[in-house]
Design a protein around this ligand. Sequence first.
Ligand code: ZN
Length: 335
Amino acid sequence: MPHDEVSPLQRTRARQLRRSMTRAEALLWRHLKAHRLARLGFRRQAPMGNYIADFVAHSCKVVVEVDGESHDFADRLCHDERRDQWFASRGYRVLRFTNEDVLKNLEGVVLTILQAAEQGAPPSLTLPRKGGGNGESMPRNEAGSGKVEAKTEVLAMLSPIRLISEAAELAARRHNGMARKGRGNEPYINHLAEVANLLAAATDGADPELVAAGWLHDTIEDTDTTREELAQTFSERVASLVVECTDDMSLPKAERRRRQVVDAPKKSADARLIKIADKISNIGARIHPDPSAEERDDLIDYTAWAEQVVAGCRGGNQWLDTRFDDTVRTARASL
Ligand code: ZN
C-alpha cells in the first residue's frame, strides 16, 4: 500500500483501534501475529486508503474483517460492499467473519484464511457476504461448518505447498555437492526428488507431510540435520518418519542391512511406504545398459536385499508395491 494513500487522521484512528480490540479480534490475532500462521506477515488495524483493515497480509493480498452485530443491517451491508470493492480494486481479497465465527469456530476461521492465502488474490473474486444464502458466502459457511478437526495441527502447520517446498529446499541445501552411487555422477537431490514424487503419486497428493518426509528422508543419516530441527521446522510426524528411515551409521554395513530387513515390519505404515519408494529409486539408479561385471554384481546384490526389506513393508499401498515389482523385473531383465 503506497504511503500517500493513507491520511494522518486514518493513522491516528488505526492506532486507537489497535488499543481496543474486541475479544474475537484479540483471539484471532493470537493466531495471526508474529508470522504464526504459515509464516504470513499479518498486520492488524492497518490503514488502507480511507479504510482500516482489521487484519491484512500484503504478501498474499488477504484482508480479514471481523464484524460485530450490526443494528442497521442493510446499511452495513451496503457499506461493506463498497469497502470490499475498494479492496478488490487493489487486488485484495476480503474475508469476512462474525465475532461468533471466531469465538465458536476459530480453527475453521483460521483454515479459511490459510486457504485464501494459498490461493493469493485472484483478479476477479467472489466476495463473502454477510447473510449469504446465495453461495457467495462460502468462506463463512466453511468456517461455520465445524468440519475442521485438526485444531492444533492446522494452527501450527505450514500450508501444504509451503511444507513441501521448504522440505525440498532444505534437502537440496543439506545434500549439496553429494552425488548418488552409480553412473553419471547424478546429484543426490535427484534421488530425493524421485522418492518424494513416488510418495506423492502413490497417495495422489493427499499427504503433504509424507511427501515432505520423502524429500528429507536421508537428511539425518547423511547430513548434520537433527530430529529436533525437523520437528521444529516441519512437524513432529515429519521428524519421526525421517528418524524411522535413518540407519545407525556407527554399525557396519552388513549389520545395517540385516537390521533393515528385521526392522521393516515394525516400522509405521508411512515409514514403510518411504522405504519402498527408496528401494525403487535405488534399484532404478543401478540399472544401466551394457552393465560391467561390477555393476551387474551390485545390481543383483542390491535387488535381492531390497526385496527382503520390501517384503516386510508391503500391503500399505498397492500402486507402490506394483511399482516395486515392475522395477525388480526391469532390473533382472537388464542383466
Ligand atoms: Zn534414500
